[in-house]
Design a binder for this molecule. Sequence first.
Ligand code: GUN
Length: 293
Amino acid sequence: MATLIDGKEAAATVIAQVSEAAAGLEKQTGVKPGLAVVIVGNDPASHAYVNSKSRMAKQCGFNSIQHSLAEETTQAELEKLVSELNADPSIHGILVQLPLPKHLNSEPVIQAISPEKDVDGLSTVNAGKIATGDLSTGLISCTPAGAMLLVKKIHGADLSGLNAVVIGRSNLFGKPMGLLLLAANATVTMAHSKTTDLASVCRQADILVAAVGRPQMVKADWVKPGATVIDVGINRIDAPEKGEGKSRLVGDVAFAEAEGVAGAITPVPGGVGPMTIAMLMANTVIAAHRTAG
Ligand code: GUN
C-alpha cells in the first residue's frame, strides 16, 4: 500500500511557522500582515473556501478583511476596489476568488493587483518570474507551491532523473506546477485534454500530478508502480451509500485502486487542499515582511 501524504499535518507545520513569523514581524516593526479576500456573487463552494481563508488569516494573527460583493458588481467597481486595496498600506496581500461571475473578465482584475500584493501569484510579473526561474523575489501561486512542498517531502529538493507528468495546463495550477517541477530538475511533461493516449503518458511518471477537475479519472493502470501521486482535484459526487441526497468529496484520482499501485499518494480531502490555504498565509507574511524590510 502507498504511503499517505498527510497535507493536513504539513499545512499545520506551515501555519505554525507563519504565525510565529507574523508575531515576530509585528513585535519588531509594528507591521501586522494584512490579507484582503474579495469574493463576487453567491457560489456556495467559493464562499466556503473564502471563509476558511479569512478564518485562517485571523488564526495566524493577521489583519483579515473580507469583501463580499454582490453578483451584479460591475467590472469597473471590482477594479476600483482592487486599486483601493493596492493603495492601502495595512493590506499586504490581495486575493480575488475565482471563478468570477460570467459577466466579469478575470484577466484585467488579476493584472490590476499590484504584483507585490498578488499573493495568488497569478499576475504576469509573478507568473513570469517562475517561468524565468526566479523563485525568490516574487510570489508563487499557492496550490502549486503547496503541492511542491508535498513532493519534496517524498523526494527531497532535487528531482534530477525523475519523470514528472502534470495533467492540466491552467494558469492557476498546471503551468506553474510544471515550471516548479522543472526548476527542481524533474523532466516534465505537461499533459492536457488534447493529449493522445493519456494513460500511457501517465504511466511514465515517477511523479504524477492530476489537476483536471474530473472525478476519479486517473485509474490504477495509469500509475507507474511506486510512483508519487499528487491529486489536486476536489470534486463533489453523489454518495447514496451515505444516505439519500448525500455527497462526498473525491479527487481526480481513483484513490482506492491507485493506492494499491502508487508508492505515495495524497488523499482527498486532506492532501493538497489544506496546503493551498497554508501557502496563501505564507505568501501574505512574505509580502508584509518585504514592505517592512
Ligand atoms: N479558486 C480556486 N482556487 C483558487 C485559488 O487558489 N485562488 C483564487 N483566487 N481563486 C481560486
